[in-house]
Design a protein around this ligand. Structure first.
Ligand code: NI
Length: 249
């Protein structure tokens, strides 16, 4: 993806976010944490944070990431692209087997607000079918490329739509030191961090962030666990996002 497209998309998303300033925080914002929901007392009390990775898998970089997460006992969420799953089926099964969550990021990284019904089903339902054939289940959350969507997207999704709340724009400079600083200074309880597991620098960022935030008491969970620990059930077609505190009203 060209950087200007991503910058444009980010700008549009920021505008949409401001326009929706009345939208509340994550649904779990007001709810107390329930450790029993994600494994009982062996799970430490929060704060909880979810690492999410878009655009993969990419064998060289995703493998290093999975190794690092396994060493740290950390689960993350991967919003995968269908065409990148091709040839990396064993990597997907490893993710699933090691406790990570797998979600959808379209088959060819298409902007969902630009698609008609046939296009939408080709991008999302085809990926769901690919993942179902591989993993034996049908429920996968959806993250729209660029965060772009419209009412039709929500109506067609047949999945909870999950955005993010901490975005270091790792694609823009591949600078681990800067990205780690942005993330560790801005992450709070309940945040969802956006990175891309297709870049070596982003993999290094993720592992440094885990080490830094775990030392501060954060517990890393999947997006599903982030809902579960607050006793919330994600709804199909609902967009889950978090606004900056200044726009919370
Ligand atoms: Ni993407």
């Amino acid at each position: 993806m060209s950087n200007w497209k991503k910058r444009l998309a980010a700008g549009v998303l920021a505008f949409i976010t401001l326009a929706l300033a009345a939208v509340p925080y994550w649904p779990w914002e007001e709810a107390p944490a329930d450790r029993e929901a994600i494994g009982g007392a062996k799970i430490p009390a929060g704060p909880y944070v979810a690492l999410t990775f878009d655009d993969g898998p990419r064998a060289a970089t995703t493998t290093v990431l999975l190794d690092g997460l396994a060493q740290r006992g950390v689960h993350a969420t991967f919003f995968v692209i269908g065409e990148n799953v091709e040839g990396n089926e064993l990597l997907l099964q490893r993710m699933e087997g090691e406790g990570h969550q797998i979600g959808m990021h379209t088959y060819h990284h298409k902007s969902l607000d630009q698609l008609n019904a046939a296009g939408f089903y080709a991008e999302v339902d085809s990926l769901r079918a690919t993942l179902t054939a591989l993993l034996g289940r049908e429920e996968f959350m959806l993250r729209p490329p660029y965060g772009m969507m419209n009412a039709a997207t929500q109506a067609r999704a047949a999945a909870p739509i999950v955005l993010w709340s901490v975005d270091p724009e790792d694609w823009s400079d591949r600078d681990t030191a800067r990205q780690v600083e942005v993330i560790t200074e801005n992450t709070q309880d309940g945040d969802i961090i956006l990175l891309h597991d297709i870049y070596p620098a982003s993999v290094e960022t993720a592992l440094q962030v885990v080490d830094t935030l775990m030392a501060k008491g954060f517990h890393f969970v999947t997006v599903e666990e982030l809902f579960a620990v607050r006793g919330k059930t994600p709804e199909n077609g609902t967009v889950y996002r978090r606004l900056p505190p200044s726009s919370a009203g």
